[in-house]
Design a protein. Sequence first.
Lengths: 279, 131
Amino acid sequence: MAKLTAGLGMSHVPAIGAAVDKGKTSEPYWKPLFDGFEFSKRWMASNRPDAVILVYNDHATAFSLDIIPTFAIGCAESFKVADEGWGRRPVPDVAGHPELAAHIAQSAIEDEFDLTIVNKMDVDHGLTVPLTLMFGQPAQWPCRVVPFAVNVVQYPPPSGMRCYKLGRSLRRAVESFDSDIDVQIWGTGGMSHQLQGPRAGLINQTFDKAFLDGLTADPYGLASIPRVDYLREAGSEGIELVMWLIMRGALNEQAEEIYRFYHVPASNTAVGHIILQDR
Amino acid sequence: MALEKPYSDIPGTTVFDTDMARRGYHLNQFCMSLMRAENRERFRADERTYLDEWAMSEEQRQAVMARDYNRLIELGGNIYFLAKIFGTDGTTFQQAAAKMTGVSEEEYLKMMVSGGRPPQGNLYVSERRRG
C-alpha cells in the first residue's frame, strides 16, 4: 500500500518563481529567502517522493468566475504550465498521477468530500513555484504531482476545520492505494499578505509564527480559527493558509517538525516554510 | 434576514464575497480576456471600444481607463483578475500595491523590507478612528 511520508508547507509567491527564472537568486533582496530553502532541497534529495499531492489555489488562471469549484482534483496525465497573461514560466510541464488521483477522488467523495474532478487544466504559479523551491530548475520534475486546487479567491473559502478533516480523508485515500509508493502532501500559499486596497502590505509576524507553532503542536486548535480571523489578522490573501491545514490533517498528530523557515518579504508577502515528517 | 458579515469592519479591505463577485462578474471576465495576447493588443489599441464589448457598468469602464484599482475593487473587481490589467500595462504587483496604498513604489518597498505594514492599528476600523 502507498505511504504518506511527509507534509510540507510553503508560500507560492509568483515573484519567487520570477527571481529563479531570471537568475536573481543571489541578489541581496532574494538571497536570504533562497538560503532558507537550501536545507529543504538537500532534505528533498534524500526523501524524494514518488508523488506529491500539491494543495494550491488557482489565481484566475484555469478557473475564471464562470466555474468556481471549492475543491478540485487534477486527474489528468499531464498539466501544462499556464500563460497567466505575461508569458509562460520556463519550467517543465507537470506529470500527473491519474491512477492515484482517480483513487483519491473515489475515496474522498465516498467519504463525503465532494471533489470536482478536473481532467484538463493548466497550472499556474500556485503549483509551479513550490516545485521550483524544492527541486530547482530540472529538465523534468523528479516526481509525479496530483494538483489539488482549493478556492480561496472568492469568499467564502472552505473553513480551516473543513480543510483539516479533508486532509484526514486524503490520508485514508492514500493508505488504501494499492501500490507501494511514497506520497507527500504539500500545503502552499500564505503566509500573511494583503494584495489589495489601502491596507495592502499588511504583514503579521506574530500571527504567522503562532500558526507555524500550532501546525506542529496543536493542529486541531489551529483548525478552529474562523475565516474572519485570517482576513483580519493575516490579510485578505492570508486566508490561503487554510490550505496548509489540508496538509496537516493528512499527517499523524505526532508528526515531527524537521525544519522551518520564515522570511519577510517576498514582494508583498511573508514567506513561511515547514517540513513535517509523519511518524 | 441578511447574512452576517463579520469582516465588514476590517479597515482598507474589501472582501470578495459572493455579493461582490456578482457585481464584478463582467468586469472580472473582461480582465480574464486579457490573458490572450491578441486581446491585450486590441485593448491597448483602443481601450474604449474593447471595454464597450463587455456588459460592464459605465463606472467600471471609467475606472478601468483611469487604472483606479481601489475603485475597481469597490465595484466588484478582484485583485487576481485586476492583475491581468496591470500585467497588460507591464506594472508589477508591487507597483500596483503602492498605488492602491497611495505611496510611491520606493516608500512601499521600504515598508515591505522593514517588515511590512504592521497589524497594530490596522485590524479594526474602530482602532483607526481612535487613531
